[in-house]
Every structure is written in C-alpha cells, then in structure tokens.
Design a protein around this ligand. Structure first.
Ligand code: ADP
Length: 816
C-alpha cells in the first residue's frame, strides 16, 4: 500500500518537474528527496505506536533536554512522535502527504498544498521541532481568528510533546503578549508580531519588551503575506495633539472643478492631474501665488491628494464608509482591512471628501514593512494553496523555493475554459443564466466578483429572476461565518468578492453532513467567476473553494472585452482587432483571446513585481538606517552599551552624581539617550514620509526619484548622530534633582501619551504611486514585459499605454 502510493507520487511528477526545470522556475514537484525521510518516520512510527502516553511524554522530554545541536538527527523520530500524539489526542493521523509537507517546511521551503489538505496539522511537526530549541517558534496565521483557533486546536498535540503554546490577539495587554511569546510556540498574525516588534523598539526599559529575539517562523498563506502584503508598512504612531487641517477646504475646492476642463484623469484610472485651466482656477481660489513656487510645495502635494481622493478613489470599490470611518477594501482579499490607512495626506483628503472627522493626527514613531520584519527571522518557511505562480518572486525576494505536495486524494474538480463576450452586459446575462441553471439542479453555487458594487449588481439580477442568494462582501463581513457554513448546502447561491478566497472552507452539504453525498452526486460546488483578477493566484484561490479533499466540483470564469483587466491595459482593442467580432450576445471562442487574457495577467504580475521591487528599494534605504539606529538603541536599553555623552560636561555630571548618585545618573543618561534617539528617528521618518509624498513632483521634474530620495535621506541620516548628541547634552543642562531623585518628567522625558498602530495602504491607485516611484527610467519594466511578450508590436502597444510618460508640464516644480 505504502509503496504503491509513493510510486504513484513519483510517476505523477516527472513531466511537470522536467518542464519546470526547463523553464528555470524555482518549483519542484519532486518528492524524491523526502521519500527516504518519510519512510524513516514511518519506521519509527511502528515502535512508537506501542508506547504508553507516559512513555511518549518521557521520550519528548529527552529530546527537549538534548538541546538544539542535532535537530536534524532526531527529526524522523520526533515527527513520528508528533504524528502519534496527534492520532491520540486529535484523532487525526497526519497523512503521508502531510509528513512530506512537514519535511519540506523543515527544509526551509514554501510548500504548496491544496485547500482542505490539512495544512494546520502539517505545520505542527516542523514548528514543534524548531520549538525544541527553546527560543520560540512562531506560526504566523492569516488572521486573528485563526491564530486562536489553530493554537487551541493543535494545543493538545504540543502539550503531549511537553511544549507550551500561546496565541496573540489584537487588543491583548503587553503582559499577555509577553506570556504568549515566552511559550515554546506562538500563534500570531504577522501583523501583530510586527507591531509588537515596533513597540519593543520604543520601550524605555528592558522589562517593557514583549518579544524574545526572533528565531523561527512558519508562515500560513505564505504568498499573501510574503508577496501581496510584503510591502505594506506597519506603522506605530503617537499623539501630539490636533493640528488644523486644510483638507476640508481643499476637498471642497477640487469638488468644484470640472473634469476634462480643470483636470484630466488618465484612461486607466491610475493618475489624475490639473490642467492649465485647473491650475489657474486653484491658484485664484487659494490666493497663495503660483503652486509651483518652492514655498507652495506642501500645498501642491495636498492638492494632489485631494484631487486623487476626489477623482480616483471610488466609494464601494476602493473603500467603504462605515461608522463614520473609511474602511479600505483590500483588492486581493475583498475585505476591509483593520487599521489600514492610506498614506497620511491621502487619508486626510479622503476623510475630508466624505465629510468625516479626521481620525488620527499623530507622528509616526516607527515603521517597518512586513517583508523587512519577516526577514528578521533567521529561519523562515511557509505554506499556501497558491505558490507556483509566485515562485520567481519568492526566490527573488526571500531566496525561498516552492515545493508542490501532491494531494492525498486525487483532485477531480473540473476547471472549464473561460467564456468570453465582447460586452459586459452580455457576459453578466450569461453568467446569471448559468447560475440559474445550476441552481435549478440543486447544486450549490459560489459566485466570485471583483468588487462590492459588482456583487450587489449580480445579486440584484439574480433576485429579479427569482433566485435567492446570499451576499458576502466587506460590508456584511459580520455574517461571514454563517454564510460560509451554508454555502455548500443544496441550492445555496453565494455571491462574494474575493472574501470567499483564502481560508474559507466550504463543505459540501453545508451544516448537514448527511447532505454531503447528495451534493456530491449533483457534481459538488460550482464556482463561477464573473471576472478574471489581476493576479492569477486570486483566481486559483477562488477555484480552490471547490473540489476539496477529493470532492467533485467545477469552476468557470466569465469574461468580457469590457472587463477592467483588459480595458486598463488596452488589451481589448488588440484582441478585438485580431479576431472576428462575434455578435453581442454570443460568446466567442478564439484561442487568441484566451492567450491574450493570460498574457494580460502575466504583464500585470510582472509590472507589480517591478513596482514591489522599487518600493522595496525605497523601504530598504530607510531600513538599513533603522537597523543601525535600533541596534544601538536596544543595546543602550539592555545596558549592553553605556552612553558616555554626558562625560563631555564632566563638571555638570559630577555635580549631579553628588546629589543623586552614580546609578541614578547613569539611568537618567540612558533614558535621555533613548528619548533623544526616538525623537531624532521620528523626525527622520517624517522627513522620509514628506519626501515620499512629494516624489510625484520629483518625477514630473524629470529627475530620478529614487536617487533623490536616497541622497536626501542619507544626508539627513548623517546629521542625525550629531543631533542626538546635542539633544542629550542640552537636556543635561536642564536636569534637576528633586528629593534626591532625578526628575526626568519635568524636562519632558517620557514616552508618547498614547500610541496606535496601523498599516499603510501603499497602493491607493493601483500602483500609480509605485509607477511614479519608478521614475523616468522605466526600462526595467519594459524589459520584463518584453521577456514575456511575443509579438513586438503588441508589446509596444501595451507598454506605451501602461508606461507612457507624461511631460513635466510646467517645468521643474522645485523651481530649480
Ligand atoms: P487547509 O488549511 O489545508 O485548507 P485545514 O488545516 O483547515 O486545511 O484542514 C482541513 C480539514 O481536514 C479539517 O477539517 C481537518 O480536520 C481535516 N484533516 C486534516 N488532516 C487530517 C488527517 N490527517 N486526518 C483526518 N482529517 C484531517
């Protein structure tokens, strides 16, 4: 039995493996390297089965006490122990495929495992093994709910192995967090772990730290986190009182402008700018002289933000308004992301546009991108249902390779080819017809739409035809669990944005297990996509909702030449010109169409990669500086580095020591140094943020924005050390001793009165900012596209549309 299944695995992989190797893609389907270790785990398993629970615990303790030196040598036996523990306490014995995944994870790879194959359990073996070292092992989950669920679900296995497990939730106290991180294993979202890291960097004494040094992380939904979210900066901010904002006035001003007269948006909805007439109008209204004068630099940036918020950000597509707040809708997950903001100026402009109260005015105290945070783990591995198409990027950004694990039972979902129409209206009518037909047969249908708006439109059409359906989008996410639980029931129709992608487990029969067979007999869940998404991984996640664990299922996408994906990149005109246009109401099936659609996705993915790399370069310029400063800061905090700046004023220092004692003076000096560092760093970040917001203008001025940015921030960084010393010395003069103690409070040495954290949505105009950041020399993008595209003419058509550079209309905005 065993042997035949492993033989099967080998047979199934060879041709794909060869193909992947030929294409130079860092993906392997080859389970060969893991077969021997797997057999070894099975061999140990035979003996372990006969052990009593006590004996298993004793064996595990021996491994724990043995220390970290030889984790590799004990891996097989330890995995076998974990497997047996799981059987006893959870009633699930990890399948061979799960052990293969565990082995690949332990080898430091990104593992691709289909939905429903049991990633949660597979992760236990490698995570527990690394936790033996006693330095903490983090399982980074996709959301807060899963952090808790998985920790509690898998907890008994760890307990049997003598390992403690904790989890972190949003809103937990620092003490609870510290306790969770002190456990052998911690389930936490990357976001929370990252915020804790940022908070640690503001701690004023070592007892305030919650993290231990980072040791090992296993990332769930790895592609989402490592790629889609990678460049999202985590931000910690502190209150500094309210400033009066000009945003409401500017919002009213841009609302009074006429599109096409005072401003022009580009045809892809990525960028908008004032026309000559617009400039004149705005300058007249503001009465502040020419907007291109150097002293109006801030104002111009603010107007740009107001204009972008007004003309490009769409309510119910890009954001929703709920409880008087802006909720940013994430394009990959279709969800409102908690605590996500747009860059400050834009967020203010958007709140003003919607007439909302300004939520938070604060200073950024610290910031790190998820990618930089994750790279802080010396060992990193991950798992996801969709890694293959992201493999080049995972290799590029993290040096990680992808290993594809075969499914436990053969996958029998049928993925139908796309049905393509010329017109959107015809497409939607056809999709609704298809849903009706499937629904009439009693089969559950899951409909995936691109936007909230579209989900509501399709639902309305369906209801018109008498089909009852549930809507799952960011506006009613509170009902998510209930809707998902019923989505597999006979006759259920669920319309969803990308929310029904990752992590949603749709069981056939819904809440009634006994209806599983009935639904399976009807063909299982039918997934219908009404649009192709920019990222193939999102399409695949949607398809993956059907056909879990060997269940039957079917998937199909509907598309039209009017879809955003094709229109935005001008691909619809290229296709339309090359195929015989069919009648409006009939789908047309032409191989070129399918090829071009796939091509569009690849172009966009390539472009996104390029933009991510560029953003990465910006973030890295600051990141290197951050590491440098924070290493020094934390050394001072822990007492490993003693600041000696006050030695430069020996008289003053001696007087203080006489009054308060050497210890107190050292403590005060340390606090003053930390304070000075934090303040300097905060100012540095503010400068960087200002530079970033104005980058648009630098690019329009025809200069290389990245170079400009790097030069300015490097120069500022060089001045920082001196500034820190000066602040610390200045404070020495003001320090007073009161009742024999050094009174630091009175000279303003204290942390911010309150702090809060958020994520910055770095992609407000679908990469418009990214495009600007890449600056005038966009050859790299063009080169990348060229590598993908065949016909040169097509290439130039697309590249020209996507990357066309606008002239710097009014000369250098800096007046240089
Ligand atoms: P994934 O995250 O890969 O989509 P989950 O970890 O949520 O999958 O597991 C899917 C389902 O499979 C769960 O209900 C789980 O109980 C079940 N499962 C996983 N592994 C096993 C196993 N070895 N034996 C029996 N059931 C399993």
């Amino acid at each position: 039995m065993e042997i035949s299944s492993s033989q099967q695995r080998r047979v199934r992989v060879t041709w794909r493996q060869r193909l992947a190797r030929m294409q130079g893609v860092p993906v392997t389907f080859d389970m060969g390297p893991y077969e021997a270790p797997l057999a070894e785990v099975a061999r140990f398993g035979g003996g372990i089965e006969r052990l009593s629970d006590r004996e298993i615990e004793t064996r595990a303790r021996a491994f724990r006490e043995q220390g970290t030196a030889s984790l590799e040598s004990i891996r097989a036996e330890f995995f076998a122990l974990a497997r047996e523990a799981s059987r006893r306490v959870l009633g699930m014995t990890p399948f061979d495929e799960q052990v293969l995944a565990a082995l690949a994870l332990d080898a430091g790879h990104i593992v691709e495992m289909q939905t429903g194959e049991g990633k949660t359990l597979a992760a236990v073996m490698p995570a527990a093994l690394r936790a033996l070292a006693g330095q903490g092992a983090h399982v980074l989950t996709f959301n807060d709910y899963l952090a808790r669920r998985d920790a509690e679900w898998m907890g008994p296995v760890y307990t049997m192995l003598g390992l403690s497990v904790g989890f972190v939730q949003e809103g937990m106290t620092p003490e609870d967090r510290r306790r969770a991180y002190l456990a052998n294993l911690t389930y936490v979202t990357a976001k929370e772990a990252g915020f804790d890291h940022l908070r640690d960097l503001l701690a004023m004494d070592p007892q305030g730290l919650v993290h231990r040094p980072l040791h090992f992380a296993l990332v769930d939904e790895a592609d989402s986190l490592l790629i889609d979210e990678a460049r999202v900066p985590l931000v910690i901010a502190g209150s500094v009182g309210r400033e009066t904002s000009s945003a409401p006035r500017l919002a009213a001003l841009v609302a009074s402008l006429a599109p096409g007269v005072h401003f022009d948006a580009d045809e892809y909805g990525r960028d908008v700018e004032l026309t000559e007439a617009g400039f004149e109008q705005v300058e007249r209204a503001l009465g502040a002289g020419s907007l291109h004068d150097a002293q109006n630099y801030r104002l111009l940036t603010e107007i740009n933000c107001a204009l972008h918020a007004h003309a490009l950000l769409r309510r119910d597509v890009d954001y929703i308004v709920r409880n008087g707040r802006i909720g940013v809708v994430d394009e990959f997950t279709g969800r409102v992301v908690a605590d996500r903001h747009w860059p400050d100026g834009l967020q203010a402009a958007l709140e003003a546009k919607e007439g909302l109260e300004r939520q938070a005015d604060g200073r950024i105290l610290g910031s790190i991108t998820l990618q930089h945070f994750l790279q802080g783990y010396p060992r990193l591995c991950g798992m996801t249902g969709t890694a293959q198409t992201a493999a080049p990027e995972l290799r590029d950004l993290y040096g990680l390779d992808v290993v594809v694990i075969p499914t436990h039972k053969p996958m029998i979902r049928i993925d139908r080819p796309d049905v393509v129409f010329t017109h959107r209206e015809a497409k939607e009518r056809a999709a609704v017809g298809e849903i009706q037909r499937a629904h009439a047969s009693g089969r559950p249908v899951l409909v995936g739409t691109l936007t909230i708006e579209e989900s509501e439109r399709v639902a309305a059409r369906l209801r018109d035809t008498g089909v009852a359906c549930e809507i799952l989008n960011a506006k009613n996410d509170a009902m998510e669990a209930r809707i998902v639980a019923r989505a597999g029931a006979p006759g259920a129709v669920t319309i969803s944005t990308n929310m029904a992608g990752r992590g949603t487990d749709i069981r056939l029969g819904g809440e009634h297990e006994e209806e599983h067979a009935q639904v399976a007999a009807l063909g299982g869940l039918y997934v219908i996509g009404t649009n192709r998404h920019e990222s193939r991984r999102v399409d695949l996640q949607l398809r993956g909702r059907a056909g879990r664990q060997g269940d039957p299922g079917e998937s199909r996408f509907f598309a039209s030449l009017e879809d955003e994906l094709l229109v935005r990149y001008g691909i619809e005109t290229l296709i339309a010109g090359r195929v015989v246009t069919a009648k409006r109401d009939e789908p047309f099936d032409h191989p070129i169409v399918r090829a071009e659609m796939a091509r569009a996705q690849r172009i966009v993915e390539g472009q996104n990669l390029e933009i991510r790399k560029t953003l990465w370069r910006y973030a890295s310029a600051i990141e290197d500086q951050r590491r440098e400063v924070m290493t020094i800061r934390q050394a001072i905090l822990r007492g490993d580095d003693v600041p000696e700046i006050w030695q430069r004023e020996p008289e003053r220092r001696r007087a203080l020591v006489e009054e308060a004692g050497e210890d107190a003076v050292q403590r005060a000096e340390r606090a003053v140094m930390l304070f000075a560092i934090d303040r300097a760093w905060r100012d540095h970040l503010a400068l960087a943020a200002d530079l970033r917001e104005g980058i648009h203008l630098v690019a329009l001025g025809g200069r290389d924005p990245l170079r400009h940015f790097t030069e300015e921030t490097t120069a500022a960084f060089r001045r920082m050390e001196e500034a820190i010393d000066n602040v610390a010395l200045d404070l020495l003069k003001d320090v007073r001793v009161k009742d024999g103690r050094i009174a630091l409070d009175e000279i303003g040495i204290r942390g911010p009165s309150s702090t809060w954290t958020y994520l910055v949505n770095d992609d407000p105009f679908r990469n418009q900012i990214g495009m600007m950041l890449t600056g005038p020399g966009r050859t790299t993008i063009a080169t990348y596209a060229a590598a993908l595209l065949g016909p040169l003419l097509l290439l130039w058509g697309v590249v020209d549309r996507v990357f066309r550079k606008r002239p710097g209309r009014r000369g250098d905005p800096f007046g240089r």
